[in-house]
Design a binder for this molecule. Structure first.
Ligand SMILES: Nc1nc2c(ncn2[C@@H]2O[C@H](COP(=O)(O)OP(=O)(O)OP(=O)(O)O)[C@@H](O)[C@H]2O)c(=O)[nH]1
Ligand SMILES: [Mg+2]
Length: 731
């Protein structure tokens, strides 16, 4: 993170000083006025005082002297993540107090005031959200006090710390949900979000509407860049522009979109027209491309290199010190193809969206496709990729050792073998000073070599279910000498090394691939729960949804929730996606990934017993068939024909044969063929399914040219529930 961004983040927190003081004063006045004011008012005053103290201490971060200290960079990232929703919460509190005191049009009636004072719903919800922010601030203050980065890293990577940060970050979902509030429910605040009533208050504020407009402008600019040549001639893209704009207005909940259009036209040089069907359409008529305020994070990063600002490292694998390498890697992936130039030579285009739970293999599949189709464009950028591979290797060992320690099967203090403890120290050293050096690499390689002799370690690595560790830990351990050599000699990693790395994706990334004269615009998204609320930005006009499924998902847990198993999560997400109105006209390709790990996994006793207890077959073929049928059974779309749903079984890290990649490209090519007529094309399996659970589309109207963008919702019971699940609610 660059110093300017650090200052911006810290500056935002500090700039709320006045608001905090005002809130304290007003709450204190309330408390003084009503002697029996509830404890919640007192506790909120306490929370706000904590915030004030934290702000004072954080102001030290705002000094240029700290910009070169990597500890503060990392801390600033955490602050950014944790305090995302700080200002809206305080703003909401201010608004509520305004309403209470009778300022503005919506002031509270006597009964509501009583309710407010008695700490009912609004106050309780707000207090919970504030409490999470205060906890996060407390944690960060503790981290600031640390003398070394190792200590700081220890504090911030603890499980409890991560959950504090996650909860604090999670607050934003309750506050910033746009149109479809249910879709933005996220794990920790699910209960609160549905009842949270500040949203309307927030939406009506000038600040919020200004931010919305800025967001809209960005979306229009991004769209304008894409549609500049095609808006007036290309029917399909015109429709999608129309939809995007109307959707945006609906999102903004503006009652007079046309006036707003006028304002936009004047401000932005964007011509906004209303066509005879009363659809609002946008066309580019101006040349004003001036960058607007950067207050909103871009939702979709095109591969023109603008993505760096919006990728935030997430807690998870290797969550400290590596953000620069991760960003470099993501940049490398994104900028591998020159989007603009390729868009101009427009051949038949397909928008392909990769969706799925975290760790399913979305990014790996994308990288593999790129290597296969356009390996020239995959440029090796000096040390970045090599460092990434090396750090991934160390991270995977560190995670395994930590898991062993947490489960009690090994302890650094009690173990008579000092190798693991020594290795852990080396890993932390590496976090502190991420630059590769040969002495350190040799040391680590030696450490891992001796660890391979350790019996507990050998047992742990064989067990895929007792511990939750990186899929490729074994690969890294077996190849550690070569990787160390690579690090020492500064030689390039192999393609397989690259495909085996794990970089938690944040945001949405576009990559353009040209294959057999057709262009594919592939969108990779982050699969963690907190990331899913961003997906909706990429849902429009999708030709094909690729859904990578980690077949080893049973008995593995999510990175972001150690209590949720991956397979259930994958089923849930699939059910929401495949039955969603957004994809009523899309094709679906389910890619079963990690089939190379499947055999070992199914041979493991614990897994076998577990699967058998659920009536799931444990031989590879039968298991995959079973999975396939489970995914089919979740489909309730009337129109999803067999031609539009395909399965590919893949080992994505197999660079030799690349069967999987070829399979995926074949299917994508096939999808480009015109769809056969909708009648009489169901296979027996699908027909049976649809007969069993008949559904109707309440407003799908594909007959009308002008309304083809309005796709109806399924009238299937429970669809809303699954939508909520898709967007991160706990199972
Ligand atoms: N052995 C093996 N590993 C795989 C396969 N597919 C993916 N992986 C590994 O799984 C890990 C996670 O894959 P990613 O592609 O980062 O997963 P993702 O879906 O993009 O995850 P998010 O970005 O968090 O949403 C990486 O380390 C990959 O190397 C596979 O077929 N075989
Ligand atoms: Mg990814």
């Amino acid at each position: 993170m660059d110093p300017a961004t650090i200052f911006q983040i810290v500056g935002t927190v500090l700039s709320l000083g006045d608001v905090v003081i005002r809130c304290i004063t007003r709450l204190s006045a309330l408390k003084a006025q009503f002697h029996d004011a509830p404890i919640i008012v007192t506790s909120m005053i306490g929370q706000l005082h904590m915030v004030k103290i934290a702000q004072d201490q954080l102001s030290t971060l705002n000094s240029p002297t700290f910009t070169h200290d990597p500890r503060y960079h990392q801390l600033a990232v955490h602050i950014g993540n944790a305090l995302d929703s700080f200002s809206p919460i305080l703003l909401a509190l201010g608004q509520q107090l305004d309403r209470y005191e009778g300022i503005g049009a919506n002031w509270m009636a006597a009964k509501t005031r009583m309710g407010f004072l008695n700490g009912e719903r609004e106050m309780t919800n707000l207090s919970i959200l504030l409490d999470r922010q205060v906890n996060a601030l407390n944690l960060l203050l503790q981290a600031i006090q640390c003398a070394t980065w190792t200590q700081q890293s220890e504090i911030l990577t603890r499980v409890e710390s991560q959950s504090i940060l996650r909860l604090a970050q999670d607050c934003s979902s309750s506050l910033l949900g746009l149109e479809d509030v249910a879709s933005f429910i996220s794990e920790g605040t699910a209960a609160i979000s549905t009842r949270f009533e500040f949203d309307d208050v927030l939406r009506s504020t000038v600040i919020y509407q200004a931010a919305e407009r800025s967001h809209l402008r960005q979306a229009i600019r991004a769209r304008r860049a894409k549609n500049i040549d095609t808006v007036s001639t290309d029917n399909v893209s015109q429709r999608s522009v129309t939809f995007g704009f109307r959707q945006a207005f609906r999102t903004m909940k503006l009652t007079k979109p046309i006036e707003e259009c006028d304002a936009l036209e004047n401000q932005q040089g964007i011509r906004v027209e209303v066509d005879i069907h009363r659809e609002t359409t946008v066309q580019n008529s101006g040349t004003n491309d001036t960058a607007q305020d950067g207050s909103q994070e871009a939702s979709v990063n095109s591969s023109g290199g603008t993505n760096s600002g919006s990728t935030r490292p997430q807690p998870g694998l290797g969550n400290s010190g590596l953000s620069n390498w991760r960003r470099a890697f993501q940049r490398r992936t994104s900028s591998a193809s020159d989007t603009k130039q390729k868009e101009q030579n427009a051949q038949p285009k397909s928008k392909v969206l990769l969706l799925g739970a975290s760790g399913g293999g979305k990014t790996t599949l994308l990288n593999a496709l790129q290597l296969y189709i356009d390996s020239e464009s995959v440029k090796y950028e000096g040390g970045d990729l090599r460092t990434l591979v090396w750090h991934n290797a160390l991270d995977s060992v560190r995670i395994l050792l930590r898991e062993m320690e947490e489960s009690g099967s090994w302890s650094a203090e009690q173990s008579h073998d000092s190798a693991p403890a020594h290795l852990l120290r080396l890993c932390f050293d590496c976090e502190r000073d991420p630059a590769l050096n040969s002495e350190h690499a040799t040391d680590v390689a030696r450490g891992i070599a001796s660890l391979r002799q350790n019996e507990e370690f050998q047992a742990a690595i064989k067990s895929r279910t007792a511990y939750q560790f990186h899929d490729n830990t074994e690969y890294y351990i077996n190849n550690i000498d070569r990787l160390a050599e690579q690090a020492i000699r500064s030689s390039a990693p192999t393609y397989e090394d690259m495909l085996r790395t794990q970089v938690t994706t944040t945001g949405i990334h576009q990559t353009v691939l040209t294959y057999k004269d057709a262009q594919y615009f592939l969108y990779d998204v982050g699969g963690e729960r907190s990331e899913r609320k961003k997906w909706i930005h990429a849902f429009e006009g999708v030709s094909t949804v690729i859904y990578p499924v980690e077949v080893t998902g049973y008995r593995r847990t999510l990175r972001e929730d150690k209590d949720a198993d991956r397979m259930s999560e994958q089923f849930m997400i699939w059910e929401s996606i495949v039955n969603s109105h957004w994809f009523a006209k899309s094709n679906f390709l389910i890619v079963f990934t990690k089939t190379d790990l499947l055999k070992g996994y199914l041979n493991e006793e614990g897994v076998c017993n577990f699967l058998r207890s659920k009536g799931i077959p444990t031989t590879v073929d039968k298991y995959l068939n079973y999975l396939e049928s489970r995914f089919r059974k979740l489909i309730r779309w009337f129109g999803l024909t067999e031609q539009r749903l395909r399965f590919v079984y893949a080992n994505l890290v197999d660079v030799e044969t690349q069967h999987a990649v070829m399979g995926v490209m074949d299917v994508l090519e096939d999808f480009k063929k015109p769809w056969p007529s909708q009648t009489g094309t169901f296979t027996a399996v699908n027909r049976e399914l649809f007969v069993k659970s008949p559904v109707s589309r309440d407003s799908v109207d594909s007959s009308s040219e002008n309304s083809s963008v309005v796709i109806g919702r399924l009238s299937v019971g429970g669809n809303e529930d699954t939508n909520a699940l898709l967007f991160g609610m706990a199972p």
